[in-house]
Design a protein around this ligand. Structure first.
Ligand code: MSP
Length: 460
């Protein structure tokens, strides 16, 4: 059986980890746990993107060497993931020795295939996106469409990749399902971008020193996106896990992953990833989350307020993965109190108390799954998975209200009700396990020990 290979983007080290990065990485962790539980071998990759002008400028502003800044921020990302029970199989850094070597060798081989050529680029560049733009793609005032930052006019000697040659092949692959991009709206978006015409893009820079040196051209470093994308290959090198089964990205980096990335793989005659899933962006009270706006929410703030287990669920009950959503603590507070503290907490408490008072022995069936949640996660629909679980919770609470087990004197009548409640709670535990593994364990544990303990303390 092939290893399930799942990736997130590698995050820039100019910025601290925030809940946007957390969202993507948690999604990958949840799916990894889901697959592992089903018996799949899983390889889950995440990491940091550390080269290029954006990082060099951030380092300069902080009066640090780029590598020093990268070391510090990479450590923060690692700690943030650890604090959130996110357990990647590898945390790759683009300054890792094996990545530098792999990128140089891989791109040298591609160069020998004749897909690159030397030239000069004159045009627009956005350091915030590390991306080349055409004038007509910009917002009024020459601002980039993602960060709304001014772009710069650059002129430099570069090596180009013959991206335009892959236009038809890419369009066919995406159209025909050879490269699956979800949701369909994103597939259509990238398809029309490709059909509007691809131009060749630089793969090296001669004016950016902080990067991986180009072996065949002195004074050039690789354009950061080119080597960053190769991280997915570096991590798979020698592992027999290629191609990725699922790559998760945010909508901001669709063009890189839906065009440049598959084109590089086609040029190298390598199999394409099986599926690219694109999620939406959080806004904070309607605004883009950013350092400049000063509205960045950190993973730690979520933990302080809700704890790890609840946070891992709340981020996915509150937003539809493929769509943008407005993040608000008020909304999350209400979800927490209603679904976790009340509905789930009460169900467990009531059930455990009923079983204990009955003095009946209830056997636990081992092979309990939550089929609806499983099917939803199969489709990468986190919200539907949790909704399926919370339907079971509210139906079970209703079942208690209707059957009134506390008033039943006959064991023969009471026992099937308690068995049903136990099974429902074990189904709930199975359903939330990839999201909240410790809560799943606590539910199973309390049903055994029959000592009720609140799962989620109510917020004030
Ligand atoms: N370094 C590149 C990716 C290279 S991959 C080969 C990069 N880094 S980034 O630090 O800017 O991270 C972008 C990703 O972080 C998004 O694609 C998304 O996964 C996540 N998010 C960043 N902000 C986000 C929100 N506000 N909301 C949801 N996800 C967000 O781009």
């Amino acid at each position: 059986m092939k290893t399930f290979y799942i990736t997130t983007p590698i995050y820039y080290v100019n910025d601290q980890p925030h809940i946007g990065h957390l969202y993507t990485t948690l999604a990958a962790d949840i799916l990894s746990r889901f697959r592992a539980k089903r018996g799949d071998e899983v390889f889950f990759l995440t990491g940091t993107d550390e080269h290029g002008a954006k990082i060099a400028q951030a380092a300069q502003a902080a009066a640090k060497l780029p590598k020093k800044l990268a070391d510090e921020v990479a450590t923060e990302f690692k700690q943030a993931w650890k604090s959130f029970a996110i357990e990647p199989n590898r945390f790759i850094r683009t300054t890792d020795e094996d990545h530098i070597k792999f990128s140089q060798q891989f791109l040298t081989r591609l160069n020998e295939k004749g897909v690159f050529y030397k030239g000069s680029y004159e045009g627009l560049y956005c350091v915030a996106c590390e991306a080349y733009y055409k004038a007509e793609e910009l917002l009024p005032g020459n601002l980039d469409p993602v960060h709304h930052q001014p772009v710069e006019q650059v002129k430099e000697d570069v090596w180009f990749f013959k991206l335009s040659q892959f236009e038809n092949q890419l369009a066919k692959l995406i159209d025909g399902g050879g490269l699956v991009i979800e949701p369909a709206s994103r597939r259509n978006e990238i398809l029309s971008f490709i059909k509007s015409g691809l131009r060749d893009i630089p793969i090296t820079r001669s004016k950016v020193a902080w990067g991986i040196p180009v072996p065949w051209e002195k004074g050039h470093t690789f354009y950061v996106w080119i080597e960053a994308l190769l991280n997915y290959l570096t991590a798979a090198d020698g592992k027999k896990i290629w191609p990725p089964d699922l790559q998760i990205i945010g909508k901001d980096i669709l063009r890189f992953h839906g065009v440049i990335w598959p084109a590089l793989l086609l040029a190298a005659d390598l199999p394409l990833p099986k599926k690219l899933v694109v999620h939406g962006f959080f806004t904070i009270n309607g605004e883009k989350m950013s350092k400049t706006t000063g509205n960045v929410i950190t993973p730690k703030e979520l933990i302080d307020r809700y704890g790890v287990e609840a946070s891992r669920m709340l981020l996915f009950t509150s937003f539809t993965f493929g769509e943008d959503g407005d993040f608000s603590f008020d909304f999350l507070d209400r979800q927490y109190n209603a679904k976790l503290a009340n509905d789930l907490g009460n169900l467990l408490q009531r059930t455990v108390t009923l079983i204990r008072n009955s003095r009946l022995e209830i056997r636990h069936s081992k092979a309990i799954h939550c089929a609806d949640a499983d099917q939803a996660l199969e489709r990468v629909d986190f919200k539907a998975a949790l909704e399926a679980v919370f339907v079971i919770v509210s139906e079970a609470n209703q079942y208690i209200d209707e059957t009134k087990p506390w008033a039943i004197k006959e064991n023969a009548e009471l026992k099937p009700i308690l068995v049903s409640l136990t099974n429902r709670l074990l189904t709930v535990a199975a359903g939330i396990e990839p999201f909240a593994p410790k809560t799943a364990a606590a539910i199973r544990d309390q049903l055994k020990t029959l000592k009720p303990k609140p799962l989620f303390p109510k917020l004030n």
